[in-house]
Design a binder for this molecule. Structure first.
Ligand code: PHB
Length: 394
């Protein structure tokens, strides 16, 4: 039995950063939306995510009035350190492409968006589960949802957006014969930690080593985020703090004497690597955005940036469709967003395969990777290509 029916213009399944940003951008155009999110706000806020925002993502947050906290509390990074064969090589983004990135935890982006949406009185339903999406081939699609008290509700929409993450329920609404799924799995993962320590270096270190990849990222003056390449089946509980530190140290060691500042490890997990894209991003009145449509491996931190780029294009398309009756706008979204999605797929794959050690790789493979990295840092064309992608293209 349905307890209530709500009518809205855009029904958004998934209230992560993509869904909330879309709801916010639509509201700025006077378009009404309802967001259904199965997790609680606290659950989303407690998930550790990547920490790098491209310039375009920062601009979107600031220009749309969501947050200037990113400018106050985030840290501008004008470059990264590519480390291989025991030496560091700075890639200077400002010199090469005149842009920076911001170190600002992606969970903070979510918090800023959730605060802004609740301040504006938006209809965001945390702990609600979308059980069914129907009628996407008609002009009146619906979402069936269950409230936290178990009651059933119905949301009638002009358009449904699936921003419900990599295990998207909405994606299943696109018949298999009408979509192409592109998928790649990698034979390695990241062992990620949070540690109570000051930063070990002024900028992020991406380290290639004969023991595999490591990334030395940052969070705050007293908390750091680091990763090292591991087997996807690794059990993080089996590692002592000492073993973790010694593995990380061994991957950055070199004649320059670089040493990581150690501290208590407060969080540890293994992150799987996947590349995935589904095409097209539209079927009838259903549109996909963010992880529901694509996944990238974490090298280069493109996931959230790509999701925000999707919704910026999507908000414009929905505005043309709903306010100007432009029926081509929805197809235009898919085509336009996919250009960037594939650019980011290539970039994340490239960074990943350039820096990680494949199981079974030979001394030739290792030496060739060093040659690739040497060519890259020795060439302004190569370094510019890396900087252009890292900072999010022009
Ligand atoms: C992070 O800080 O979690 C992070 C930073 C850069 C990456 C990936 C993850 O490329």
């Amino acid at each position: 039995m349905t307890s209530s029916t709500t009518r809205t213009q855009v029904g958004i399944v998934g209230g992560g950063p993509a869904g909330l940003m879309l709801s916010h951008l639509l509201a700025l155009d006077g378009i009404d939306s309802v967001v259904i999110e199965s997790r609680t706000r606290a659950e989303i806020e407690q998930t550790v995510r990547a920490g790098i925002l491209e310039r375009g993502s920062v601009r979107l947050l600031v220009d749309s009035g969501v947050s200037d906290r990113v400018l106050r509390e985030g840290h501008e990074h004008e470059g990264i350190d590519l480390r291989f064969a025991g030496s560091s090589h700075r890639i200077d983004f400002q010199d090469l492409v005149g842009r920076s990135v911001w170190l600002y935890p992606q969970t903070d982006v979510f918090t800023d968006l959730a605060d802004a949406r609740s301040r504006d009185g938006a209809d965001i339903r945390f702990s609600w589960t979308a059980t069914k999406v129907d009628g996407v081939e008609t002009d009146r699609p619906t979402i069936e949802a269950t409230a936290p008290d178990g009651s059933a509700h119905r949301i009638e929409c002009d358009v449904v957006v699936g921003s419900d993450g990599s295990r998207s329920v909405c994606r299943q609404q696109i018949p298999e014969g009408r979509r192409t799924d592109y998928f790649r799995e990698y034979p390695f993962a990241w062992f990620g930690i949070l540690a109570e320590a000051p930063p070990s270096a002024p900028e992020l270190i991406y380290a290639h080593s004969d023991r595999g990849f490591a990334l030395i990222s940052q969070r705050t003056a007293t908390m750091q985020r680091m990763y090292f390449q591991c087997d996807p089946t690794e059990d993080p509980g089996q590692w002592s703090d000492d073993q973790i530190w010694s593995e990380l140290q061994s991957r950055v060691t070199g004649p320059d004497g670089l040493e990581l500042v150690e501290g208590r490890i407060t969080d540890r997990s293994v992150l799987r690597f996947r590349s995935f894209v589904t095409e097209p991003l539209r079927h009838g009145r259903l549109l996909l955005a963010g992880d529901a449509a694509h996944t990238v491996p974490p090298t280069g931190a493109k996931g959230l940036n790509l999701a925000l780029a999707d919704v910026r294009v999507l908000a414009e398309s929905l505005q043309r469709f709903l306010l100007k009756d432009d029926h081509e706008a929805l197809d235009a979204y898919s085509e336009q967003a996919l250009d960037r999605v594939w650019g980011a797929q290539h970039y994340s794959y490239w960074m990943t395969t350039m820096l990680h050690t494949l199981p079974g790789s030979t001394p030739f493979d290792h030496r060739r990777q060093i040659a690739e990295l040497t060519t890259l840092v020795g060439s302004s064309a190569g370094s510019t290509l890396l900087a252009d992608g890292y900072t999010g293209w022009a």
